[in-house]
Ligand binder design. Structure first.
Ligand code: SF4
Ligand SMILES: [Zn+2]
Ligand SMILES: [Zn+2]
Length: 327
């Protein structure tokens, strides 16, 4: 039986040796064609999502704030956007790193962020839960007054910091490094939860082309231009480009359900290459229809939090009530 060895295969596009094989497309790519293919997918996504609006000019540049965690995803996204727009006076990039107060985890990834921002010469802001809220995630996990998973607290604080700083930096878009695996997982989780309204909201918040989204004055639009690239390819890109990326997992990470979905998707993808792409493509198409269908049904009950003034559906926003129970 012939031994199938990827490393001995030739690139589909030239005579060089392939460094990867993508089962979903059948392509074998050498290093330079692989790097180019990742960059092309990100740029195509930027175009299809209409991220550069017509009113962007050198005199009226757009500010793009990138959530820079120091993991491979955000590092690769930042590098590709920088390479794409460094010479384009219509777009200004700012890296925003959040320090949650997690010993031994965020300190190392923060170093990666600082190194990348200085290598690329982009503006970089660091904000910490400690300075913003007087808390550290390590202590929150200890106290756990609401009997919740660490990420449930952390996500609320992260959203608050991101939207406040996006405002402060006058961001036009907030970009995050979610890859194809992340987004296919989220899509499948929303399907399985049967929450159709949530699918429409997801479309309006971060997936649809900017020009098609319902205006959400209270929130800075989000974008995920890395979402056509599978996680493994993001990791390979970071490795080949020798980017400073931090790989350790957060010690408080506890998304058990997402882990199950991830395993399920690995198996499906192995037996049916292309599953992640088709899940996400169908999900986005459905999201656009749902967003239209449900438009106007939501948002009427938004108000300002009585404590901090941020936009919420309650009297006191979730962040303020969590901070109160942690006090
Ligand atoms: S894994 Fe959870 S606790 Fe850790 S940084 Fe991410 S959201 Fe926060
Ligand atoms: Zn090649
Ligand atoms: Zn509040």
């Amino acid at each position: 039986m012939p031994v199938h060895n990827d490393s001995l295969m030739e690139c589909t596009r030239c005579d060089d040796e392939a460094v990867m094989h993508a089962a979903y497309s059948g392509a074998h790519l050498c290093e330079s064609h692989f790097l180019e293919s990742v960059e092309k997918r990100v740029r195509r996504r930027v175009r299809r999502d209409d991220l550069v609006p017509r009113e962007a000019t050198p005199e009226n540049p757009q500010t793009w704030v990138i959530g820079l965690s120091g993991g491979k995803d955000s590092v690769v996204l930042t590098k590709i956007l920088h390479d794409t727009f460094a010479e384009d006076p219509r777009i200004e990039l700012v890296g925003l790193t959040i320090h949650e107060g997690i010993e031994g985890y965020r300190d190392a990834s923060l170093e990666a962020c600082v190194e990348l921002a200085s290598d690329l010469d982009i503006r970089h802001e660091v904000v910490s839960y400690e300075e913003e809220f007087g808390i550290r995630m390590d202590d929150v996990v200890e106290d756990d007054p609401e009997n919740m998973a660490a990420c449930a607290y952390c996500g609320v604080f992260r959203r608050d910091v991101l939207s406040r700083y996006a405002d402060e930096l006058e961001a036009d878009i907030l970009l995050t490094g979610h890859n194809l695996d992340d987004e296919a997982q989220s899509a499948l989780m929303n399907f399985l939860e049967g929450d159709v309204a949530q699918i429409g909201k997801h479309f309006d918040a971060s997936l649809g082309p900017l020009s098609e989204r319902k205006a959400q004055d209270e929130f800075v639009p989000r974008a995920k231009p890395l979402r056509d690239v599978p996680e493994k390819e993001v990791a390979l890109y970071a490795h080949l480009e020798d980017l400073p990326a931090h790989i350790t997992e957060c010690p408080h990470s506890s998304e058990a359900y997402r882990g199950e979905i991830q395993q399920l998707l690995y198996t499906l993808e192995e037996n049916h290459p292309g599953t992640r792409h088709s899940i996400l493509a169908g999900y986005e198409e459905l999201g656009g229809i749902v967003a239209d269908e449900y438009s106007g049904e939501d948002g009427a009950d938004l108000r300002d939090c009585a404590e901090c003034g941020s936009t919420t559906t309650r009297e006191i926003c979730r962040k303020c009530s969590l901070l109160e129970s942690l006090a």
